[in-house]
Design a protein around this ligand. Structure first.
Ligand code: F6P
Length: 542
């Protein structure tokens, strides 16, 4: 057990794992994979979702040691504290309860002594009602036309989660059927080019704008919101805002100040972190407008199924826990710098403010399908070692089989899903190449060292339910890593400094443009760049 101020790296469990790295460095995945007993123990299934982590550079002993680390980090207690609504986001003095957003109506989940589930369902019921009105055409725009297109304005967590779900559902047959004749677009970036792209081909008369911002103060979102308000009022007059603009926020006072009717505002709460907000109105409203509430409810149920699994399954069979522990292993012990992660695990201090003596967080990248094979896979096969997650489905959302082809299109895709992990794990030796009569000078170039870890997640299909499961697995993985590292996965002070400096620049640009003031208080480089920008920019003088 760690005392509150000790770093996890001071525990015996951590030291055991450090010592164990030497054992693992003597192994190769080629050999580890030939141990069927080991591989069998590294596969598990939940509701048809299959996790195979046998291609991780880990043995049964490693897993035991990681489970010991979980104990030393008091992982079980920390998970319970999260579900019990304790203020585990201590630097912001908040509960972390995104799990309440998808809890069934009868559940009881308390924040500060109050059951939050009824409030959650009040908003969900309101979304169901509102989205039905829009979709059925009983709510019309200022000129009496149904609103068939939606632009959701938001950035960061108020954008990426909803975009992920929208991208996944767009081709799901059931969801696509429900979305017929409708469009959902997202406006995040402040570049005016993105405004132009978003409104291109849309008519304000048939467009509903949803402003999504937890704080309702984010500079980019608010300027984009004012820009689209201007687009609407220029075309339809000021009163049209009441029919064409709604909001999602925790700050309902600012929503009203902006000019959006509070009746058309959809609330969420400070116990929902921005990056964990897709299951709140942040995602549920735009997605319900596009696909109907019943489809989105399936997504919520999928996420909830993983919440239950995460909360109650023993760690050795617990998907998010295993994924989290393996990530800790890869980052902090094997020293691999990249994988898929979210912003808040990149920290330099523990939750108690102690400087960390190990790395946390990873660099996040990936690509759908085989796009990666034709771009960055060179790097992961013969360059840097980067643990990979391969996510595939048994059933395609849009199956295609062309007569005369060797396999269906989905089988073609999945051939890569099965092949790539083995290519990474086994590699190709000089001996194999010699047997293939590869010329000597090419052997070094065609050798693959292998021993590159990955894991495979095979889902039955990519239905709304499974998308919800996938989301929750990755959300909880982040939490598990943070709990073990002893950091706060739910705050994000690291994004603040840039915002403050941008405010200073914004003020300077305003005074330069309106009063001709020379840039002041910046370093040589920024001053030079600002001068160049101001002198040559075609922006209108204000
Ligand atoms: O700057 C990061 C961040 O605060 C994210 O956490 C958040 O999702 C995003 O900005 C947008 O914030 P908001 O929803 O308050 O507009």
């Amino acid at each position: 057990m760690t005392s509150p101020t000790a770093l996890i790296c001071e525990t015996q469990a951590w030291k055991d794992l450090k010592g164990h790295v030497e054992d693992i460095n003597k192994t190769h995945l080629r050999d580890l994979m030939s141990d069927a007993h080991r591989c069998e123990s590294m596969m598990l299934e939940f509701e048809g979702l299959l996790l195979d982590y046998s291609r991780q550079r880990a043995t049964v002993e490693t897993m035991d040691k990681l489970l010991n680390l979980a104990k030393a980090a008091q992982l079980s207690e920390k998970i319970s504290r999260m579900f019990n609504g304790e203020h585990i986001n201590s630097t912001e003095n908040r509960s972390v309860l995104h799990v309440a957003l998808r809890a069934p109506k009868y559940a009881v989940i308390k924040a500060d002594g109050k059951n939050v589930v009824p409030e959650v369902w009040n908003v969900l019921d309101k979304i169901e009602d509102f989205s039905e009105k829009i979709r059925s055409g009983s709510w019309v725009g200022a000129t009496g036309k149904p609103l068939k297109d939606v632009i959701a304005i938001g950035i960061g967590g108020s954008f990426l989660g909803p975009l992920f779900v929208h991208t996944a559902l767009q081709t799901d047959p059931e969801a696509a059927e429900c979305a017929k004749g409708r469009q959902l677009r997202f406006l995040a970036n402040i570049d005016p080019v993105d405004v132009a792209r978003n409104i291109s081909g849309l008519n304000p008369e048939t467009t509903l704008v949803v402003v999504v911002s937890k704080t309702f103060t984010t500079a980019e979102t608010m300027l984009n919101a004012r820009t689209l308000r201007n687009w609407i009022t220029t075309a339809l007059g000021a009163p049209a805002v009441a029919k064409h603009m709604v909001a999602v926020s925790t700050n309902l006072a600012l929503v009203e100040k902006f000019g959006i009717d509070p009746n058309n505002a959809f609330a969420f709460w400070d116990w929902v972190g921005g990056r964990y907000s897709v299951c709140s109105a942040v995602g549920v409203l735009p997605l319900s407008l596009q696909y109907g509430f019943s489809v989105v409810e399936k997504f919520l149920k999928g996420a909830s199924s993983i919440d239950k699994h995460f909360q109650s399954t023993p760690f050795e069979k617990n998907i998010p826990v295993l994924l989290g522990l393996l990530s800790v292993w890869n980052v902090s012990f094997l020293g691999y710098p990249a994988r898929v992660s979210m912003e808040s695990n990149g920290k330099g201090v523990s939750i108690d403010g102690l400087p960390l003596l190990f790395e946390t967080g990873e660099i996040d990248f990936g690509e759908p399908g085989t796009n990666g094979q034709h771009s960055f896979y060179q790097l992961i096969h013969q360059g840097r070692v980067i643990p990979c997650d391969f996510i595939g489905t048994v059933k395609s959302q849009q199956p295609v089989y062309l007569e005369g082809e060797v396999v269906s299109n989905h089988d073609e895709l999945m051939s890569n899903f099965f092949a790539q992990p083995d290519a990474l794990a086994y590699g190709k030796t000089p001996e194999q190449l010699q047997k293939e009569n590869v010329s000597e000078n090419l052997i070094p170039h065609k050798t693959f060292s292998g021993n590159r870890p990955s894991l495979s997640l095979l889902l039955p299909e990519l239905s709304a339910y499974n998308v919800g499961q996938l989301l929750a697995i990755y959300e909880h993985r982040v939490a598990v890593q943070g709990f073990v590292w002893g950091i706060n996965s739910f705050d994000q002070w690291g994004v603040e400094l840039g915002k403050v400096l941008a405010t200073q620049v914004r003020k300077q640009l305003h005074s330069s443009r309106t009063q001709g003031a020379a840039p002041e208080g910046f370093n040589y480089s920024t001053t030079t760049l600002l001068k160049r920008y101001l002198e040559t920019s075609p922006e209108p003088k204000m």
